[in-house]
Structure formats: structure tokens, C-alpha cells
Write a protein that binds this ligand. Structure first.
Ligand SMILES: [Fe+2]
Length: 511
């Protein structure tokens, strides 16, 4: 059911709900569309010609089987792309045609539950997953006994939970849409889904959506985390996008690890207490915040082995994203968006999907970790709520001068989460900011350099901005060195784009 909306507070694509993840601009756009020759204010920089901004986010195609326990992370991956062609801009959105999407497309309705609603999966959903009667019975008994699924059952369930809804990026010649429960889906520049890419069977399990590339060496590193051992997996990927080494990392129990740190010589693992225990898969909270388990950072030479990892206890916290990591002698320096606990999950309220205003928020801090002693020094960079720290990734692993993030100013998280773009100059300590306006919200800012050899920070930033009053979205393009002057170009869409997670700017031809 699609409601006619006067303002965003009543946009509810699947009918009335108290679930914050299905309301307002968090609710899905269920149609795939294309808009050519969009209205542009200002001038599209010529350097963007031939490039595209491609993003992905959660967007349930069909009414969830369990509206109450639907989680933001469950939604089918919807890619939103802006193509820059000869000064004009074209927009197109397409679902990632995952295994789940294809089965539900055939059925014409939702078949499967999500991370907190696995029990709402339909019988035909289980049959589609090739769970025969006895396997289903076995799963039921294991669930009642509190054991959770066995490995093969879990892998089957995880293949459905993989929504490819978290990031889109280029690896070698491949364009990948990633999640962190499953393996990447390869797509093309026209956003057609090619299929799962498992690095010629060298990916041993899932991969996270934030691989890190050192553009000085053209090496990429990525991780996987799992509810079953090995709980952490670490991979090295060459410039052609092939996995060339794999190392299982020993940790005593599984946790969510959304991202990790990479410097010139070291890697930093986050082992923070959002427990991902197989026993809890199939319950209402597969990820449990257990502060009594503590938080620790693991440091390993980036070409090292599990036996080289040094673990250091740190004060309790949660981190999804970091900006970069670099070395100063024995110290590893990294800027992270730090929470007091994991947001979005296991919030312990009566409402399983409470308003975002009840979620914890992150502040930006600079960590200096002595990789020999484990001493951790923390400097607060900004105390207002922030997320999506980002940078000119060509300079990642070395000391960065410029960083970008979005911040919430003068308001609380509700209809949207962030409303201000920040350029932080780490050399001068000064920031430039741009507020997107009354009742306008944004997400991650994506950077692209003007030219391949431009100095650090000389480039453009792009944000998708949602205007709750107009119920429409726009793309803003900033000169990254002059954020406070406002966008140099604004591209207007005839409708809204649902809030999404991450994306990148890539060349159209080579995608
Ligand atoms: Fe992320």
C-alpha cells in the first residue's frame, strides 16, 4: 500500500507501523526508475564527466513478513546511481538481484524473515532454501534447546540474509555490492546483477563491506566475521582483485566487526562486545551487547600471522567506522566515530525498533595506540553526533591532512540522522561546515579527486540530501576545499531517495 503523503511523517510504504525503520525516508522506494537530464543548479565540474556515484542501502521490496521485528539491515539492497555525462546527470535505481530477491520475485511476496525475525520465514521459504522436513525439524529442536542452527543450516540462512545493501565499490575490474553477512555480489555499471563473486572460491566465508586499499602499494585487505569459528578471517587482495592470502584470526567468541584499521605496516582489529553467537541466531537479537565482555583492539603486521596479533584491552566502546590509520613511531593513529555502545541493536526497550532519538550517537575521536604497550590516548575532535568519517582514500595508510564526515547540529535524530557536512583540516585544526537547511538530512559524503594526481583533498564531495518539507531528494556537489561556500552544483530529483549507507564514485566506462 502506498500512502499519499503531505509530509514525510506519514510516508509508510507498507501501512501504519511503529517501526522506525519503515517510516519516513527510512521507508523503501519499491520501484526501479530512471530520470534523464535532471534539473541542475550550478555547473557540474567537467572532471566528473564519465563518472558515476553509485550507492546502496536497505530497501525491502515486499511488505516484511514481520513488520514489528523488521530491522533496517534486512532490506533488499537498492542501488542508487547518478551518471555524469557531458554536463548532464542521469539517475537510476536498481535492486541487487540477490538469491533472496530472486526467490521473492518469483513468489511475488516476501518469503523470508530477517536478522531478528527468522521465525517468520514462510514454509515455502524454507522449501526454497532446500530445508526438507527433517532438517526443519532439526532446526526447530536445536532452536528450542537454545543451540541455534548448525553450520550448514546457518550458511543456508546467511545466504538469504545477504542483501548486498551496505556498500558498492570497485575491486580490480569488478564492481561489487557488499553486505557483511554474506559474499559480494558482482554488478555492472548498468547495475545489472552478475552474481556472487567469491574470489574464485578463495573467500572462505562472508566479507565485510569495508575492505581497505593502500593506493601506494595497490594492495587491498578485507575481513570476514562469523558466528562460528573462525570468528575473524583476514584476506589480502591484489591489484587485479584476487585474494592472494588468507589468515584466520583467533578470538574467543564472535562479534560484529563492521570495519578495521589499516596503516602502512599494521592492521587493527576491533573486538567489541556486540556478540554474534550462533546460539542467538534465530532469536529476536542475534547481536547482543554484552558490556561485561569488554572491548579490545588487536594489532598485527599487515602481512603477519594470527600468532603475531597483540591484543590490548580498551575502555568499553563501539566503533562502526574509522577515517584512516597511520603510524607515528610506535603509535598507531586513527580517527574513529566512537559510540558508548552499539546503536540500532539490542537496545533493551519495549519497542524493538524505537525512534532513532533513543539510539546512542557517536562522537569523533582521535586514538593514539602504542602498538608495543597498548597505551591508548584519546582526543575528542567533535562532541556533536557524527558518522561516516571519510577521506581522500588515495592517501589512506599515511598521515591525512583532510577528513570529512556528517554531523547532527541543533536537533535530535528522528526524521533523519545528520544535517551538516564537515571538512576537518587536520593540519590547521579548523573545520569548514555546511548545514543543509531546515528539515533536510543527509548521509555519507563521498569524495573523488579532481584528477588522479591532484594533491590530497583537491576534489569534490557528494551528498544525497532529503528535504522532508518537499519530500524530495537532491544531490549536492561541493568543492572539497570550500565546503562552507555551499554546493557548486545541486541536482534535483523528482522524488525522494530512501536513506542508504555507502557508495563510491567510479568511472562509468571501466565499471
Ligand atoms: Fe559502514
Amino acid at each position: 500500500m502506498v500512502y499519499k503523503y503531505k509530509n514525510m511523517s506519514v510516508i509508510q510504504s507498507f501501512g501504519p507501523t511503529s517501526n522506525a525503520y519503515l517510516k519516513g525516508n527510512f521507508s523503501p522506494q519499491v520501484h526501479e526508475e530512471e530520470f534523464n537530464d535532471l534539473r541542475i543548479e550550478g555547473i557540474i565540474p567537467p572532471e566528473l564527466n564519465g563518472k558515476m556515484l553509485i550507492r546502496t542501502g536497505p530497501n525491502p521490496r515486499f511488505k516484511p513478513r514481520d513488520m514489528k521485528y523488521y530491522h533496517w539491515f534486512d532490506g533488499d539492497g537498492m542501488m542508487n546511481a547518478f551518471y555524469f555525462e557531458n554536463g548532464k546527470v542521469r539517475y537510476k535505481n536498481r535492486f541487487v538481484q540477490t538469491k533472496k530477491w530472486k526467490l521473492e520475485d518469483k513468489a511475488g511476496k516476501a518469503l523470508f524473515g530477517g536478522i531478528r525475525s527468522g521465525m517468520s520465514t514462510s514454509f515455502s521459504g524454507w522449501i526454497a532454501l532446500k530445508f526438507g522436513f527433517f532438517n526443519l525439524l532439526k532446526l526447530g529442536v536445536r532452536t528450542i534447546l537454545g543451540k541455534g542452527p548448525n553450520r550448514s543450516q546457518y550458511e543456508s540462512i546467511a545466504s538469504i540474509l545477504n542483501a548486498a545493501n551496505t556498500n558498492v565499490l570497485k575491486q580490480g575490474d569488478r564492481l561489487l555490492a557488499l553486505d557483511e553477512i554474506g559474499q559480494p555480489y558482482e554488478i555492472n555499471a548498468d547495475m545489472q546483477t552478475i552474481g556472487i563473486y567469491n574470489y574464485e572460491n578463495k573467500l572462505k566465508g562472508p566479507s565485510i563491506a569495508h575492505p581497505l586499499t593502500d593506493f601506494f602499494t595497490n594492495e587491498t585487505f578485507t575481513m570476514g566475521y562469523n558466528a562460528l569459528p573462525p570468528f575473524f578471517q583476514y584476506y589480502k587482495i591484489d591489484a587485479a582483485g584476487k585474494i592472494i592470502s588468507y589468515e584466520p584470526i583467533d578470538v574467543p567468541y564472535g562479534v560484529m566487526m563492521h570495519a578495521f584499521g589499516l596503516s602502512e605496516n599494521f592492521v587493527m582489529f576491533y573486538h567489541m562486545p556486540a556478540l554474534f553467537d550462533i546460539k542467538n541466531v534465530g532469536t529476536r537479537e542475534p547481536f547482543r551487547w554484552m558490556p561485561e565482555k569488554g572491548a579490545r583492539l588487536g594489532v598485527m603486521p599487515r602481512n603477519g600471522k594470527n600468532s603475531d596479533v597483540k591484543w590490548f584491552e580498551i575502555p568499553l566502546c563501539w566503533v562502526f567506522h574509522n577515517m584512516n590509520m597511520y603510524e607515528e613511531g610506535d603509535w598507531l593513529v586513527t580517527d574513529v566515530a566512537k559510540y558508548s555502545r552499539i546503536p540500532l541493536l539490542d537496545l533493551g526497550t519495549e519497542n524493538p525498533s524505537p525512534p532513532f532519538s533513543l539510539d546512542p550517537v557517536a562522537i569523533l575521536v582521535r586514538w593514539r595506540l602504542n602498538r608495543l604497550t597498548g597505551e591508548l590516548k584519546e582526543e575528542i575532535l567533535t562532541e556533536k553526533p557524527v558518522e561516516f568519517p571519510n577521506m581522500d582514500e588515495r592517501f589512506a595508510t599515511k598521515k591525512h591532512a583532510h577528513g570529512y564526515y556528517v554531523r547532527l547540529e541543533n536537533g535530535e535524530q528522528n526524521d533523519g540522522l545528520w544535517n551538516t557536512l564537515i571538512h576537518h583540516n587536520f593540519e590547521t585544526g579548523k573545520e569548514q561546515r555546511y548545514w543543509f537547511g531546515e528539515d533536510c538530512y543527509t548521509g555519507e559524503a563521498v569524495f573523488t579527486p579532481k584528477h588522479a594526481d591532484s594533491p590530497e583533498g583537491e576534489g569534490y564531495l557528494m551528498n544525497v540530501v532529503y528535504d522532508t518539507k518537499e519530500n524530495k531528494s537532491r544531490l549536492t556537489i561541493f568543492d572539497a576545499m570550500e565546503v562552507d561556500k555551499g554546493p557548486i552544483a545541486t541536482v534535483h530529483l523528482p522524488r525522494r531517495i530512501e536513506y542508504d549507507f555507502h557508495g563510491n564514485i567510479v568511472e562509468i566506462q571501466k565499471s
